[in-house]
Ligand binder design. Structure first.
Ligand code: NOJ
Length: 711
């Protein structure tokens, strides 16, 4: 159907709707948390008052509710089924922070494309993903749901996610509507406490927090979610600067704006609305089109219109967007999911194979003294130790859609499958949290009697995600003591981390021979980790977020400002008296089983005009004796400008796979989009002057050059 035809159909339908029915289209209501329809939803669907449902999933149950809307309601408008399909629907992929560690947008695109085909087969046509909040504070539990600390990497992943979920047209079979969230600066919550206040300057909003949202919208995202938080005194759900001035007027966004869960009602707790009616008026006026969970539009919408507080045109505009999406999705013609398709799609062999392959691309090798890894398949005996080695639930990570823990392959199972002939002894050692060390003895015995120990520690899945902030970044419970006990034996071992945030693992980084970061790697995680431990895949990922030495360094991000007293220049500098100011592992860091050499950094010009572009080229060579992956990263620094600029900012990255001895030329282009910034008048400009360029394999080291921008 063409855009014009859809517009006509929507106008025709709108003309037949009562105000109550219109407000019904702006209501999203939840099913039971495990996917069942609630009687109240049936009643509202029958009355034509339920625009969208959340937490009703699978083909049978979505069809049950849809049938009521399509056969018993007056206007027969289909319900739009939504769900948090964040890193997979039933086949679960690595958590988004892990996917970002691949530094490969194709990983995100493929995972989200499979997630969309599974979800749509189960009747879900709208996901609340990707989460594109920049997170500079690892105490914040939701850092796991996003792409980390950098706007450029985040923007690349955001557009890949939208392409994955929606394709070029979300109405195509197997595609669903994406919803970048949470608009905006939710990740800047004070103290890392979820739902907390954010105070962020407009410049920082525009340069750091906005870009992934802009990228998602430019990629065609069909919806966006307003955030819970207060931003500079105005909660995002009542913030017309964000929802109307930026989103609609500057960015020309035409899709649905939905509130976060109960966020319209929470305007009362924020203290900007005295009651439910005022809260509804605030959110509608600012530009929130659909209300999730709370019912205030429906309760007070008619009164607000009658009293002249909300023009009916505001309601019509919002309803139009919802109906347009339903027509574009083809829901009027095909309202029901197909159980046969669902059976064929969910956990299909192809989807599981992709989950295994993609997961392996997200692992980051943090340390590997004396080539401890990869392991030989000829090992006679291996001890697998740690509370996460056989934990199916944690492997799936938070927000794991309709993932079933029974589907998940643990690392213990993956190792059994990889070396079936070896003697494998498993000992839990301790729990993730708690004080008990009663399992240490068994673990020490297992490690002592084995040729090699794989020590699987970190966080359980419920320690990150929503409402899961931590005040410490240390390994919880007795896990560090467990590492130290195994270390004391003096036999070879490797630490495998599973976690949803950077951890302060200073002791292990100093003392343990090898550390592999695997995040929460999904349904096939155990197989994928085993593939990497035994060298069938190279750990080519890089950190999408800085790992601090201690929580006291937080916020600790690579693209910080210089300050007037940067380290290394004066005796009294911006650092700490009790700890080094540098991070434990910088943004972009990660080793490989092979070695790479970067050389021959070349710029296409010594100077360019402010509207011009410059090409930065470099050679990357695999100088080791194994195939492997390197991520070539380009950073810039604008030395002198009218406002302070970050000491470095990522402006290009490319992951390459190279055979031993193979050489590749990698090229990046820098132009106004990369070189510009918001000046004192908040205008986006490129200013003349010197730009330093660094091309490296992390944000800390690399080849350097510079060029001039002339007026
Ligand atoms: C609240 C979360 O903040 C949001 O990300 C999610 O999409 C909704 N709940 C619905 O589950």
């Amino acid at each position: 159907m063409s855009g014009r035809e859809i517009e006509n159909k929507v106008s025709h339908l709108l003309a037949r709707m009562t105000l109550a029915e219109k407000l019904g289209q702006l209501q999203q209501l939840d099913g039971t948390w495990d996917g069942d329809v609630r009687p109240e939803q049936i009643k509202l669907a029958r009355e034509g008052l339920l625009g969208s449902a959340i937490y009703v999933y699978d083909a049978r149950r979505t069809t049950e509710l849809q049938r009521v809307a399509m056969t018993e309601s007056k206007l027969k408008i289909p319900i739009l089924f939504a769900f948090d399909v964040v890193h997979g629907y039933r086949t679960i992929f690595p958590v988004p922070l892990g996917e970002a560690a691949s530094w490969d947008p194709a990983v995100v695109e493929q995972a989200d494309s499979i997630a969309a085909s599974e979800a749509s087969a189960a009747g879900i046509r709208w996901t609340f993903a990707p989460m594109v909040d920049i997170a500079r504070d690892p105490r914040w539990g939701r850092i796991v749901e996003g792409s980390g600390e950098d706007p450029f990497l985040g923007a690349g992943m955001a557009s890949a996610a939208v392409r994955g979920f929606q394709g070029t047209n979300y109405g195509s079979p197997g595609k669903i509507i994406a919803c970048p969230k949470h608009w905006v600066a939710y990740g800047a919550a004070e103290g890392g406490r979820d739902y907390n206040t954010a105070e962020v300057s407009e410049r920082t909003l525009r340069e750091i927090y906005f870009p992934p949202f802009k990228a998602a919208i430019d990629a065609g995202a069909g919806s966006i979610m307003s955030a819970f938080n207060d931003l500079d005194g105005v909660p995002c759900t009542a913030n017309s600067f964000l929802l109307t001035d930026v989103l609609r007027d500057e960015w020309h966004f035409h899709g649905i704006v939905i509130s976060d869960w109960n966020a319209v009602n929470e305007l009362i707790a924020h203290g900007v609305a005295a009651n439910g009616k005022d809260a509804a008026a605030e959110a509608l006026t600012a530009g929130v089109g659909m209300e999730m969970f709370s019912r205030l539009y429906n309760q007070y919408g008619e009164q607000l219109v009658a009293q002249g507080r909300i023009p009916v045109a505001t309601i019509d505009r919002a309803v139009r967007r919802v109906l347009e999406a339903k027509y574009k999705l083809g829901l009027f013609e095909h309202p029901y999911a197909d159980e046969a398709l669902e059976n064929a799609e969910l956990l299909s062999p192809a989807n599981l194979a992709a989950a295994r392959e993609l997961a392996a691309r997200t692992f980051v090798l943090l340390k590997n003294d004396h080539d401890t890894l990869p392991l030989s398949r000829n090992l006679k005996s291996v001890a697998v130790i740690g509370p996460l080695a056989d934990d199916t639930q944690s492997l799936l990570g938070p927000w794991s859609g309709d993932g079933h823990k029974e589907d998940a392959v643990t690392l213990l199972a993956g190792i059994h499958a990889k070396i079936p002939q070896a003697k494998i002894v498993y000992a839990k050692g301790c729990d993730v949290t708690g004080d008990s060390r009663t399992g240490f003895e068994e673990a020490i015995k297992a490690a002592t009697e084995s040729d090699f120990t794989i020590l699987v520690v970190g966080e359980s899945a419920d320690m990150s995600g929503e409402a899961a902030s931590r005040s410490s970044l240390d390994l919880p419970g007795q896990q560090l003591a467990l590492i130290q006990a195994i270390h004391a034996i003096g036999k070879p071992y490797a630490v495998v981390l599973m976690n949803g945030r950077p951890l302060s693992i200073d002791w292990a980084a100093t003392n343990s021979p090898a550390i592999l970061e695997t995040w929460f790697s999904g349904t096939e995680g155990g197989n994928a980790v085993a593939d990497t431990l035994f060298g069938d895949t190279d750990p080519g990922g890089k950190l999408p977020v800085t790992f601090p030495r201690s929580v006291g360094q937080v916020p600790d991000y690579y693209n910080h400002k210089s300050t007037g007293r940067p380290p290394g220049v004066t005796k009294d500098y911006s650092g700490y008296s009790d700890i080094l100011w540098t991070p434990l592992y910088p943004f972009g860091y990660g080793l490989s089983y092979t070695q790479f050499k970067l050389s021959n950094l070349q710029l296409s010009a010594a100077r360019i005009h402010r509207d011009g572009t410059i090409t930065v080229g470099v050679e990357v060579e695999n100088t080791g004796d194994r195939a492997g992956d390197e991520v070539v990263q380009l950073y810039i620094h604008d030395l002198v400008a009218s406002v302070t600029r970050p000491v470095e900012a990522l402006k290009g990255f490319k992951r390459v796979s190279l055979q031993p001895g193979e050489n590749r030329h990698v090229e990046f282009t820098l132009g106004p989009k990369e070189l510009g910034f918001y000046n004192r008048a908040m205008r986006f400009v490129v200013e003349p002057g010197t730009f330093n360029v660094m091309v490296g394999d992390n944000s800390h080291d690399g080849l350097k050059s510079s060029f001039e921008v002339v007026p």
